[in-house]
Design a protein around this ligand. Structure first.
Ligand SMILES: N[C@@H](CCC(=O)N[C@@H](CS)C(=O)NCC(=O)O)C(=O)O
Length: 190
């Protein structure tokens, strides 16, 4: 089994945490630099993560987690958990958009429809996720918790979000540091 990704991507970190303590090869690419040709060879969507296993290629972290589920003996997700993943992905995708805009020299704080929509989506999704944490919905260490930790830690690492009013998301991250591979996959160590 081979996982193609990077050491900073929150989407890749999800799969590395899911595969904690399992044998696989990890290919760490700089997808905006020297690793881009390798990415082009492996995924026409030009995104990471991407998994190769027994001749099967799988794109997208959510699909990879579905593929790995039965192999890892994980329970299928409930519809409520699927919704949690959709909120996590929504916030994550919008934040990736903001980061790439920033790196392109664009002002992400400007009063423009596109950026207003991203900021609104990020805050409504994060507020809902924070309330879910308070309600105990992320007490267990399962795939939705793995995805939430990967998102929150990456937002903090990149300084993309003001956590005022949603501090329980940071507490959730801090209280889950002991799980396998969480320390080893810290994006600050990339
Ligand atoms: N829906 C995808 C999103 C993956 C994604 O956006 N990954 C980022 C890295 S953090 C990426 O490859 N971005 C490349 C780009 O947007 O050009 C998944 O869950 O795997």
């Amino acid at each position: 089994m081979k996982l193609i990704g990077s050491t900073t991507s929150p989407y890749v970190r999800r799969i590395r945490l899911l595969l904690a303590n399992r044998p696989y090869d990890f290919v760490n690419l700089d997808i905006y630099g020297e690793g881009r040709d390798e990415l082009r060879k492996n995924n026409p969507a030009l995104k990471i993560p991407m998994l190769e296993d027994e001749g099967q290629e799988i794109y997208d972290s959510r699909v990879i987690s579905r593929y790995l589920g039965p192999k890892l003996g994980a329970a299928a997700l409930t519809w409520d958990q699927e919704n949690q993943l959709t909120l996590i992905d929504a916030a994550n995708d919008s934040c990736v958009t903001l980061l790439l805009s920033k790196r392109s020299g664009l002002d992400i704080d400007q009063d423009a429809l596109f950026y207003n929509l991203q900021r609104e989506r990020i805050m409504t999704s994060l507020r809902t996720l924070s309330a879910m944490v308070d309600a105990g919905e992320f007490k267990e260490w399962h795939y939705p918790s793995i995805c939430l930790l990967s998102l929150i830690d990456w937002l903090d690492f990149r300084g993309l979000v003001d956590f005022q009013g949603i501090e329980s998301l940071l507490s959730f991250r801090d209280h889950n540091q002991q799980h396998p591979m969480v320390a080893e996959t810290d994006p600050r160590k990339a």
